[in-house]
Design a protein around this ligand. Structure first.
Ligand code: AMP
Ligand code: MG
Length: 271
């Protein structure tokens, strides 16, 4: 099994750094062999199932996984492939789309907090509170003076969650513009994918550079106290492997164990 443990650090943002997203290769595959890596990912997936079982049984820790990406970046397929094998009773996936009128009538974190994980649970955010410094910035949905303050809110929000016992993993799925073109074309060419095609994705694509600037600032300005991981995501097999490695590493870092029993049941016979 390839040892990815060292590599995780290479994909984690150092909060001191200036982030130039263009310096990160979306088509990076870590120099790994595809079929060996897929086998290793399958083993990691089994380990993840065991760890989630303990997390659920212990009912102590909470895990929040935040996934951001550009359109076609692979958020949905990551969720299906990495979290699909887990016990659904312990996983909640929340997709954050355009806020409703009621949500817009509140502060931007109002709709988010209620979906953070309960003890023993894994919450997965498909888009997140970060849209409020991404699409909101690129489309000037609020004035710059307002969204600029949000980096600090976001850091403090995650500090609050962490201080209160939630472990947070942040994943930014990074693809190249050419890969996005292929994926959009693929949706157009396959009528069974038309439901996923949105013309607005094409106008968003024209703003590629604005989004890259917004992502770069997000990565640089919100990597403490909880660091972002930049996941090269052109190759789905590599993406899944890196994410599985990060999740296993994170859960192994918690003191997961079966809860202390109320009584010793040794020798008890049920009649
Ligand atoms: P999809 O992920 O394809 O379902 O698209 C969801 C859409 O909702 C994307 O275009 C996001 O940019 C948009 N969205 C998510 N959060 C916000 C937000 N806070 N403000 C405005 N648009 C948002
Ligand atoms: Mg979409």
């Amino acid at each position: 099994m390839p040892d990815m443990n060292l590599a995780i650090d290479n994909y984690r943002i150092n909060p001191e750094s200036q982030v130039m997203l263009a310096d990160w290769a979306g088509d990076d595959d870590g120099g790994l062999d595809k079929s060996e890596t897929k086998a290793a990912t399958a083993a990691l997936s089994e380990r993840l199932v065991e760890l989630q079982h303990l997390l659920f049984a212990q009912g102590k820790h909470r895990l929040l996984v935040v996934i951001q990406a550009t359109d076609t970046g692979g958020k949905d397929s990551t969720i299906r492939r990495v979290f699909g094998p887990l016990n659904p009773a312990g996983v909640r996936v929340t997709g954050f789309t355009k806020p409703s009128d009621q949500e817009l009538a509140h502060d931007y974190l109002w709709r988010v907090h209620a979906h953070t994980p309960a003890a023993g649970q894994i919450a997965v955010f498909n888009r997140s509170h970060y849209e409020d410094v991404l699409v909101v910035r690129v489309h000037n949905l609020v004035p710059e003076a307002q969204w600029k303050l949000r980096y600090q809110h976001l850091r403090e929000f995650e500090r609050l969650l962490s201080d209160e016992g939630t472990t947070i993993v942040k994943l930014f799925l990074h693809i190249t513009p050419d890969e996005q073109r292929r994926r959009l074309q693929d949706r157009v060419d396959d009528p069974t994918k038309w439901w996923k095609f949105n013309r607005a994705d094409l106008t968003e694509r024209e703003r590629w550079d604005d989004y890259q600037a917004a992502y770069s600032d997000m990565l640089a300005r919100t990597s403490e106290p909880v660091p972002w991981h930049v996941i090269p995501a052109n190759h789905k097999w590599f993406r899944d492997h890196l994410i599985s490695t990060i999740l296993v590493d994170t859960l192994e870092g918690l003191d997961l164990a079966y809860p202390e029993p109320d009584e010793d049941l040794t020798g008890l016979t049920i009649s």
